[in-house]
Write a protein that binds this ligand. Structure first.
Ligand code: S3P
Length: 448
């Protein structure tokens, strides 16, 4: 596997035509991105060879792979099967240069936790979008564990991590519901003297806890409190399910195109990730779950979506942190729903790969949709969006969301700058085409 491609690429735009008929068929979306990152990290730090099936080979997960390769971990990817020769918790080598994590927030935050506990010093950086995202939320509690993580004065990347620190466990209440922050602290906890106990303000995805346990390092939960119980990791075999965050675009698409009937096979339906199903169903969608298999670290099922007219809802506040990545897809559905969809308590959307509240509002308005923007959310009045040109702001999920919104619009929609779809869903257009959803790619000159 190679590192991150630094060459300037032509800008890729998507042209989405309104669907000429129902979307129909069965697909299996690529592996879960969050779980794939964690698989690389934990398998690298475990002793022995781990085999992870269903691995997502995307630009983001390649950033994590490349970072561990730079630190001496040997891994091979054949198809979707990643084999990792783990080096043990203390077996990483000092990287020869800066670890460039591209667009990937998960790589950056989780690696800060790992690097804080190493004998060697290191520096991590990222692309323009990642370099704008907040890192102090991770650096501060790591430093409270006696790490030495220095960000820029704005609290952003690049970050320098001084090695050879003796970390101490922490009893920490997360100020923000963030699985990346929780995971960074649990990973640093593997290197700490004493217990690491973390309290979440609201549940967030629990893949790190599940995978730690799967790799032989139990984590206990009591209410909102999570305690790391060990600091040993052993190699294992892991099956990574399809990514529900990728499936979400098909759930939304099938819900808005009359007559549609789609099955998405083998999707991860971890209860801390599957709220998108509940939200869309509360909006009137017809999404059903079958063939549930809970036999591995993560539950898997087939999802079937059949067209049914949607109506707007107030999105329940407790579902916001556990559907945080699905709001682009949900809002793309909401602009075709009858009435208002109201999202509140979602300020975290402003610090994702783009400011997703702004990006969604701007794009929807360009399609003639009425949007009332709030600091922590938005109110979208559904109807029949028009054709239009929208910016993805280089954000993969915004690009795919407007590909959904365009499906039932009154005319074609151009979505600009869609190259980063590869960060989470390489081949998205081909999957869409299999179901009768036509998206054309057009290359252009990159925006300066
Ligand atoms: C992720 C956690 C979420 C999510 C991101 C992936 C993870 O971020 O938005 O796409 O894999 O832990 P936050 O922890 O910032 O909420």
């Amino acid at each position: 596997m190679t590192g991150i491609d630094k060459e300037v690429q032509p800008r890729i735009d998507y042209i989405v035509e309104p669907a000429s008929g129902a979307l129909q068929g069965r697909i299996r979306v690529p592996g879960d991105k969050s779980i794939s990152h964690r698989a690389v990290i934990l398998a690298s730090l475990a002793g022995g060879t781990s085999v992870c099936d269903g691995f997502l080979d995307s630009a983001d997960t390649r950033a994590t792979v490349a970072a561990f390769q730079q630190m001496g971990v040997d891994m091979t990817l054949e198809g979707e099967c990643l084999s990792v020769k783990g080096v043990g918790l203390n077996g990483l080598d000092a990287p020869s240069g800066i670890l460039d994590l591209g667009n990937s927030g998960t790589s950056a935050r989780l690696l800060l936790g790992v690097l804080a506990g190493q004998k060697f010093s290191s520096t991590i950086s990222g692309d323009e979008s990642l370099a704008r995202r907040p890192m102090r939320r991770v650096a501060d509690p790591l430093n409270a564990m006696h790490a030495d993580v220095q960000t820029t004065s704005e609290g952003t990347l690049p970050a320098h991590i001084t090695g050879n620190r003796r970390l101490r466990g922490i009893n920490y209440e997360l100020p923000v519901a963030s699985a990346q922050l929780k995971s960074a602290l649990l990973l640093a906890g593997l290197y700490a003297q004493g217990k690491t106990v973390i309290t979440e303000p609201a549940p967030t995805r629990d893949h790190t806890e599940r995978l730690l346990a799967h790799f032989g390092c139990p984590v206990t939960r009591s209410g909102r409190r999570i305690t790391l119980e060990s600091n040993t990791l052993r190699a294992g075999r892991l099956r990574i399910p399809g990514d529900i965050s990728s499936a979400a675009f098909f759930l939304a698409a099938g819900s808005i195109v009359p007559g549609s009937d789609l099955v998405i096979e083998g999707v991860g339906i971890n209860p801390t990730r599957h709220a998108v199903i509940e939200i869309l169903n509360r909006m009137g969608a017809d999404i059903s779950v079958s063939n549930l298999d809970e036999g591995s670290a993560e539950p898997v099922a087939d999802l079937r979506v059949k067209y049914r007219p949607l109506h707007g809802i107030p999105i329940p506040g407790d579902l916001v942190p556990v559907a945080i990545d699905e709001f682009p897809a949900i809002m793309a559905a909401a602009c075709h729903a009858r009435g208002e969809t109201v999202l509140e308590g979602a300020a975290e959307l402003r610090v994702k790969e783009s400011d997703r509240i702004r990006a969604l509002a701007e794009g929807l308005e360009n399609m003639g949709v009425t949007v009332d923007v709030r600091p922590d959310g938005m109110r979208v009045t559904g109807g029949r969006p028009t054709s239009g040109v929208v910016q993805s702001h280089g954000d993969h999920r915004i690009a795919m969301a407007f590909s959904v919104a365009g499906l039932a619009a009154a005319g074609p929609v151009t979505v600009r700058d869609c190259k980063n779809v590869d960060t989470s869903f390489p081949g998205f257009i081909d999957y869409a085409r299999q179901l009768g959803w036509e998206i054309r790619e057009k290359s252009g000159i990159p925006d300066s």
